[in-house]
Design a protein around this ligand. Sequence first.
Ligand code: SF4
Length: 358
Amino acid sequence: MPVTMPSDPLNLYDLGPAALDAALAPVVSPLFRVKQIREWMHVRGVDSFDAMTNVPKELRAQLAQRFTLAFPQVVEVTEPANDGSRKVLSTLGDGSRIESVYMPMGERTSICLSSQAGCAVGCTFCVTGFFGAGRNLTPSEMLGQFFTIQHEHQVPSELLNVVFMGMGEPLLNFDHLMTTLDTLYPTIAPKRITVSTSGIIPGIEALAAYDRRPNLAISINAPDRKRREEIMPITTKYPLDELMAVLKRYPADKHREITIEYVLLAGFNDAPSDAVALARLIRGLDAKVNAIPFNADPNLPSWMKRPADAAIDRFVDTLVHSGVGVTVRRSKGRDIAAACGQLRGKEIATGRAARRGA
Ligand code: SF4
């Protein structure tokens, strides 16, 4: 189980709205000052008390003595890919590295966030899984990724989508995820936030009971249990048939389908017969498929290859003919999110090589 590092002094972004008010109460009055501080944090996402220009200087100094508003520090931003996507590599207080992704999509923009500094789930097609477990990110570390990208690109919040699809399994960091969502909701509506999971059944059930649910995406990647076990060992703990039963009970929100993510691996799960089997598997669900051609990486098994465009077309056409809505990420740039963890993986591999004197 990943361990969360304590933060000292208290980072106010680690508190949900009610806990924030309680922490400020002994220091800040009258009430409208609390509201001002909340707005500077939750709407503008500032990372210093000095930025709160309508708050008296003495109060800002008092706050800075007791609390912090620190965000992860950006260490690298990639050049824009062919569709404008950029990966952001950041370092945390304990030296862990995480990735986030900025993805412009026409008028709208998606920001992909990491929820853990590694991942114990171990999907074999994933670089983050290859490098293994890392601790849970705190709410301030998740919110910091979001606000840093929003500030850098000056995207109006009404044009933003947020996806928890970066490094880590968000439903294994459930409490911090919920605090992060509660802080984001004044700015980003639940229907514009998506949480992507490998199929952690207790987490999905907990999310189902939550009254302000974000959108749900499930990483399925194979149309049957045997093949899913091969590439997603978590299937032995949370079997595919049980997962599908839980999804079929998941509360249906109007105009909000479940997204079925399906990484396409040449010769493994990309045949038209696999598309037919996938359509059968998800029958009865209000769901659409997001087909993601595999993004190769030197750390991943060499048999894993991206299918040819013709094979992708055949797979997608078969799904469509089976009555399933499907989107496909054709752009290499957009695959950047599916391959989250590659930039950090490259850095780790380079560091290891350097230590070996390569
Ligand atoms: S795909 Fe997601 S759940 Fe699977 S190992 Fe990678 S980060 Fe973890």
